[in-house]
Ligand binder design. Sequence first.
Ligand code: PBE
Length: 276
Amino acid sequence: CTEEDGKIRIGAKNFGESKILAHMMAAVIAEQGIPVEGVVEYENTPSILEALKRGDIDAYPEYNGTGLVMLGQSPLADGDAATERVKQIFEPLGISWRERIGVANNYGLAMLPERAEDMRLTDMSQLVRRSSEVTIGIEDDFTARPLDGLTPMTQRYGFEFGEIVEVPLSDRGTLYDQLLDGKVDVIEVYTTDGQIADYGLTLLQDDLQFFPVYELAPIVRLESLARHPALGGALDALGGKFTNEEMQALNRRVDLEGRSPEAVARDALARLGLIA
Ligand code: PBE
């Protein structure tokens, strides 16, 4: 929050789930009588983390695996270990990692089931021998990640993709349209996307266990916690409140039904009795 008005600013990355969580954070904070200015959107992970470090925003929802790689650490498969580690390494930056909300949103590669069957693919490693014929669709936040993104995934599996189609993070929903239209063969997805079940897509097995775990939690500046004693408790009230399936259903309402992230967030919290 700025010195002048003391209002809390929440950040969101430019995709549905992050916006829903940001609005949930704003709502539980406001419920404690703490003034909230609203939700500011950022185009990717590096820009939102920088904004938090600088104090342009007070808090935003982040994933433990992402926190690790953003600080140059190897990502981990175990969520408890990842959480312990991010808590330690973010504290010296003046950032507190709060209770996990119960959701793991991991990366995956998805295909149309008939195309996967035609190509006899169930595992990511089987894609290697066909990768030169394959067009993959990805979003640019994935391209930019040196430890858990396109480049290390390609190296680990030995892929040589025929073509790579990249869209901005804010347009990542269009990857599904391109897949359905047959313009791309495989796309990088988030496992809590509502579209996977809706379109009956096949997720390729990450048989070399390249993708780590990404569990969602609010993160907040220590300075902001000191200024507002009820802030930490308000955010921790979201701890353990949602499952992957519930998150997928909420994402679906935003990404497929076009409802506003704020309305979806408030509705979910009201049903849980977390806001009036
Ligand atoms: N993820 C998958 C992305 C979004 C969902 C958790 C790795 C991230 O923003 O970090």
